[in-house]
Ligand binder design. Structure first.
Ligand code: ZN
Length: 246
């Protein structure tokens, strides 16, 4: 299975020092490191800073699942790149949307909403993830009724998304907000999972539970689809021969 991780890799000036210390190889490097522990996963990475904004069509054409992290510079991703990512998801490429990528153009395009706005606060708060769908494959291996991220950015409702097809986690912040923090949808042949955790100044992607969830999510979203083998747009029906009612 080919997994590609894309991240912005351009922290805000006030976050740069903390983020570079926590994630010397970038958020994408940390996620790649734990996914690479799975012998059946080939993992590549790119960032917004790379040529063509890191949207390399040759790599993405063979990508089964794309993991996508962005924050402040989502507006810079060119619409032609968003068109291409959308086409790949509709063809069957899985997409894992992380944390502040809720605002990204590709997520917006796939959700049909505008900015997927939400309530937020950076306040070093504990986040309690209630497992509301313990039988879901993305929750495999999690013990108990909930787990906690000791510190992360707080997100809260209302989260401007269409109702998830499957809800796996709902988070309660230390300050009392609740948030639909683990959500699944399908679009075309592609599976999409949104996960709240992972503000760049907290060591969220080092946590065992988060690594387990993202590994499960990649497996859930993988459909091993060959690009172009199933043309999802404008398929002509074969001519009708005979009366199917007979
Ligand atoms: Zn954040």
């Amino acid at each position: 299975m080919h997994v590609h991780i894309w991240a912005e890799d351009r922290p805000l000036p006030e976050a740069e020092e903390t983020m570079r210390k926590l994630y010397p190889n970038g958020v994408e490097g940390q996620i790649a490191a734990f996914l690479r522990e799975n012998p059946d996963m080939t993992v590549t990475t790119s960032t917004l800073q790379d040529p063509d904004q890191g949207i390399d069509r040759e790599i993405l054409d063979k990508t089964d699942v794309l993991v996508y992290w962005s924050h402040k510079y989502w507006r810079e991703v060119e619409d032609t790149n968003v068109d291409y990512l959308q086409k790949r998801v509709l063809e069957g490429m899985g997409l894992i949307v992380l944390h502040s990528a809720h605002a990204s153009k590709i997520f917006s395009r796939l959700m049909g909403t505008r900015t997927q706005s939400l309530r937020w606060r950076e306040n070093d708060e504990r986040q309690r993830y209630w497992i509301v769908n313990p039988a879901h494959p993305i929750a495999d291996g999690l013990d108990g009724e909930y787990f906690e991220i000791p510190m992360d950015e707080t997100y809260g409702e209302y989260f401007e998304i269409p109702q998830p097809e499957e809800q796996v986690f709902i988070t309660q912040s230390q300050g009392g907000e609740i948030f639909r923090s683990g959500c699944c949808w399908t679009r075309g042949l592609g599976r999409i999972f949104y996960f709240q955790g992972g503000h760049e100044t907290y060591p969220v992607y080092m946590l065992r539970e988060v690594q387990l969830i993202l590994t499960n999510a990649v497996r859930w979203a993988c459909r091993r689809h060959i690009p172009g083998s199933f043309p999802v747009w404008a398929r002509q029906s074969p001519p009708v021969t005979g009366d199917p009612a007979k």
